[in-house]
Design a protein around this ligand. Structure first.
Ligand code: DX5
Ligand code: ZN
Length: 215
């Protein structure tokens, strides 16, 4: 069970110290938004490169951008240890996944709430992680969509059938009240933005979430 706090809810003027606050987490989740694939704009390659140099933990880059075919491997080269692209934006998802691995990172494929998993099941051998979004991508602090749990279970079942180790990540509205149902459905990597950075003691929030997911 791994916790990946989203720095989308951190203080963007002090990202280095905000990363230090979560140094007990497994990953730092970096939401890259381009203002086109989602109606919000955050940060890009130069910032990821700078964060990779100072982060005490590996970067888990979630690309909410158009044309991941072109850009995804660049985020691996910039220092992302895991790079997740949205399948809805990819021209050739298999090639994107391969190019991320070729650039030295773990490859992740994300599904928006309205995107079904079965059409992409055949890509599992190219993937290290599947991200099941539990909100519409674009903003932190939205409410958790419990109706995505059957999709998590469906991906878990497919991973079991295919064999190999593919992590299942949930992202959006994950908190102390929603994390247990995610774990029960089969998720093993949990992104939490407001639940971690909104807490007075972010490191403690990370430990509490991990404990809830594990029991
Ligand atoms: C939403 C982002 C999430 C977001 C989660 O598009 O992908 O990573 O930061 O924030 P919370 O945990 O507050 O829903
Ligand atoms: Zn995210």
């Amino acid at each position: 069970m791994q916790i990946s706090p989203s720095i989308l809810s951190a203080d963007f003027a002090n990202l280095e110290s905000e990363l230090q606050r979560i140094s007990n987490a497994d990953w730092a989740h970096v939401d890259v938004m381009d203002g086109h694939f989602v109606p919000n704009l955050t940060l890009g390659l130069p910032v990821v490169e700078a964060l990779a140099k100072v982060s005490p933990i590996p970067l888990d880059c979630h690309l909410m951008i158009e044309d991941p075919d072109r850009w995804a491997p660049r985020y691996a080269e910039a220092g992302g240890s895991s790079v997740t692209f949205h399948v809805e934006a990819a021209h050739d998802p298999r090639e994107v996944a391969r190019s991320i691995r070729a650039a030295g990172a773990r490859s992740g494929m994300a599904l928006k709430p309205g995107t079904a998993f079965p059409p992409y099941e055949a890509l599992l051998p190219e993937l290290d992680m599947v991200l099941v979004m539990t909100v519409e991508p674009g903003f932190g602090g939205q409410s958790f969509m419990a109706d995505q749990m059957p999709k998590v279970a469906q991906v878990r079942e497919a991973v079991r059938r295919h064999g190999g180790e593919v992590w299942i990540q949930v992202d959006g509205g994950v908190s102390a009240t929603t994390i247990e149902q995610c774990a029960e459905a089969g998720a093993d990597v949990f992104v939490a933005g407001s639940a971690v950075y909104g807490a007075d003691d972010a490191a403690r929030a990370v430990d509490e979430l991990r404990e809830l997911a594990t029991r």
